[in-house]
Each structure stands twice: as C-alpha cells, then as structure tokens.
Write a protein that binds this ligand. Sequence first.
Ligand code: F0G
Length: 536
Amino acid sequence: MKPMHELGVRVPTKRSLVIRNIKEVTKEQREHALRETEYSMFSFPADMLVLDFLSDSGTSTMTDLQWSSLFHGDEAYGRNKGYYVLLDAIRDTFERGNNPKKNINLILSGETNIEKLMDELYLASYENGFVNGGIHQLTRPNAFLVPQGRCAEYLLFSTIAPLLRKKYQEAELYIPNNGHFDTTEANISANGINPVNIFSNDLFEDFPPDQMDIRNPFKGNMETQELKSFIQEKNPDNIPLIYLTLTNNTAAGQPVSLNNIKKVNQIARKFDIPLFFDACRFAENAIFIKNFEEGYQSKTITTIIQEMFSYADGFTISFKKDGLANIGGGLFFRDKGVFHRKFSINGDIGIKLKEKQILTFGNDSYGGLSGRDIIALAVGLYEIIKEPYLNERIHQVREFARKLANNGIPVVLPAGGHAVYLNMNKFFGGSEMKIDDFGGVGLTVELIRHYGIRAAELGPFAFEWDNKTPEERKGILNFVRFAVPRNVYDSSHIDYAVAAITELYKNRDQIPKVKVSRGAKLRLRHFQSGLQPIYK
Ligand code: F0G
C-alpha cells in the first residue's frame, strides 16, 4: 500500500466539535444594512455575513486545550497564576528552542507542592532575555502585557517620542520597516516620527502558481541595500529603531527569510540601532523558513523561532494573530540590550514603560486582559507551533490563491501566510478606474452586496492616498485582502469565495467607484469614515 502523500492526499489534522450555523440573509437585506452603515466594512453586522475575511485577528478558533484551560483562569488583581505561566511560555517560545520547560503543566495539572511552585514559577529568577523574572522584572521591567498589538505600539512610541524630542529637538526622525502595518504607521506618525516602508523589490514579480509547493522567494524581505543607503542619507542618529514585520502583512502577507533577518541585524549592529520585530504571525513565518529556506528543512519550528528572535533587540506583538488567542498583545525587549542602553536616558526605560502601562492598560500582571484570556493565550503558544497545524494552515491559504490564479484573477503569488491579496492595479488594469476612485473599496462593497462576503481594502483608501505627498504615496500598495481565520473555514467556504470573486472579476466594469462621503481626513479613516458607491 502506498502512503497517502504518494497518493497526493493530505492526512487530516483536526476535527470540529462545535459549529455555528450561518443565517440566511437576502441581497435586499444586505443592501439595506450597507446603506445604514455608510458602506463601511468595519460597521457591517458580522451576523449577516456568509463569510468574513475582514481579519484573521482574534477571529480564529481556539483548540480544545485552550477552551479547557479557561477554568484555570485566575482573576486576581495582583500576580495571577496565568501571569507567571504566560511569561514562562514566552521564554519557552522565543528563547528555549527544543528545550522548553512547560511550567504551564504545573498549573494545568494542579500541582500542590508549594516549594516546587515557588522555585519553578512564582519566585524563579531570570535575566538577560526578553522576559526578566523574579526580582529582575521589578527592578528592570522588560515584559509588558497589553490588550492587543496596537496598545504595545502606543506604549512604545508614546514613551520613547518625548525622550527622543528632548535629545534631538527639531530633527526629523524616521523608523524604516519592511512594511508598517496601518496601526504601527499611525502610532509612529501620531508621535511625530516618520514611518518609512522599504519593501522587497521583487514583490510584484510574477510567480507561477504550480511552483507554490516547491519554492518561495520571501517577498516580505526588506531591501537591505536600500536600508543601508537610507540610514546613511538620513544619519543613523535620526533612526531610533529599525522594524521588521513577520510576516509582512502590508506587503501581501509575505514571509521574511532568516537570511534577511540576519542581514538587517548586521546593519542594525553596524549603526548601533535597535532592531525590533513586529512579531504578529511569527509562527507562520517560521513554517515558510522551514519549508522553503535552504538549510532549515531538518530544523524544528521551535529552533527556527529561537534563531529568528536571537537577532531581535525587542518586539511588539499582537497575540490575536497566528491563531494564538482571541485577545492579547505585548511589548518585550532584551534585558540590558541595545534598546535598553540607548533609551535609558535619565532613568531605566523599562520603569518608564511600566508607569505608562499602569496608567493606560492596567497593572503589569494582567495588562487589561482577563485571567481567562491570559491562560488561553499561554496554552495557545504551545498549540500554534505544531507542524501539522502550521502546514495545514498555509496550505489552505495557498489553495485559495491557486484557485483564484487558475481562474485568471490577479492574486499576489506565492500566497502569504494568513491571507490572499488581489492586486487592484491589475484587477482594474486598462479600465477607467483611477487609483483615487477606490475601486478596491467598490469591490468589497459588491462582495458583501451580492454574496455576503467581507474583505478589506488595504490600499489607497486605507493608507490615505489623497492625504499624502507624492513621496509618501510611494509607500502605498493597492490590495484587497481576504484574511483567513484559522480553523474556521473548510474548502467549501473557499470555493464559495473563489466563485464570487471570479464572477465579480468577469463583471468588473460594473464595480462602482467610491467617494469618501464623511471623514476623509480622519486618522485611520477606514475604521471610521462614511462611503458612497457611485453606480453608473
Ligand atoms: N502589526 C501587524 C503586522 C498587524 O497585522 C496588526 C493587526 C497589528 C500590528 C496590530 O495588532 O490589531 O492586535 O492591535 N492586524 C489586524 C489585521 C488588525 O487585520 O491585519 P492589533
């Protein structure tokens, strides 16, 4: 008998034990709801949708182990059990490679030996990593839990900006990234610093769909030559941080190679600039490295993650990604590392961050999360690094892209880790749709109207083309994104979406231009402004 992979069939990786029925909604009802919500994707009632690809953030299914861990959630106001478990799960995930301690099992198994709990969890001392422990987390705090990723960004940039202003006064400051996500970009610019995108030059190079299983060009990389010239041109003193987003959500969810991480790290070291990761979707990034980067096939996911993070001085993260949990975020930096040294101006930077954290997101041991969220998140860190899960995950997104490509739809190839991205410049190529007609938004409106499918425009509307200078516009790509929640949809849902997108592509001359009817100047306007499609 042949094994299944020789028969070209995948071994199933999971079973569903709970389902949610989808309601029947008519096109007229959806049209009514669209009108009443100013055609804003963020305001359309989710319960009226067939499929929701607005975001993969916090929308994934938790596993049975996560659901059962909720009973261990500890709602104490100071130092709940989950706090210790989560911090140690973070050490396991990002620093311990193939030698995790899994101290979480002490709690989940109901350990009653207090000496053991004190030694291994409650009073254990750690320093020199991303998560100080025991007394060191009090004297040199470097791990900050917050409700979600943008809170970590806010905490970081609102704390460092005044310090930088004092030091550099009126100088223009820049933070380069392989692709700032919208909230990261907004948090940086709201604090008077210029966010700059340095995408990979080959992002839009054609890629044959039939090669997606065998190679990957890591189009999420940062162009390192460009980074170097940029730093030299602007002066390293005016670059407080370099950021790498893994995977690169703004650049079509493409992964970043370890080789690129290493090269960016070398540049950061050369100019003595801290290197931060936006670590949303680090696990999905790691499976691409394992499957497609030379030299990593025989490495475990955990050692790949360990190596990735060995090059970072710190990271912000949304724990809502990667299927980790429904809520949570964090900011972490290396104890006594470059960030700590450079930003401890007139006092320890960790102490300043902690003060801001307490002012805004609750005290350090819960960071605005419930004890139940914290324990489910800690369990999630061990669930999402399982290879069968990760392979199935990126395979589903790849199949979505492959089916679209086979129908002639201009989808960015190869597929990224969490979403498929349609290239709107090509989608409307040769038509009278101009970039500031927001055709991508028109497509999302029609997808809901006709088929009950929600997607997100990440292009000239979301990134505010009309409010930007010609120089800033260079950093804007023109995509519509279908983000796939983890463990929620099967191939019947993907097939429904592919059929709907294909039908709209065939009839793209009927897709309306869209006007911003209210709040065109609002920051992060795609969450708030009103829209009006213009039907011919
Ligand atoms: N960084 C990246 C790369 C992200 O994709 C996101 C969120 C954030 C930071 C902010 O995290 O939402 O927890 O505050 N991305 C979601 C998305 C919203 O749909 O792509 P958050």
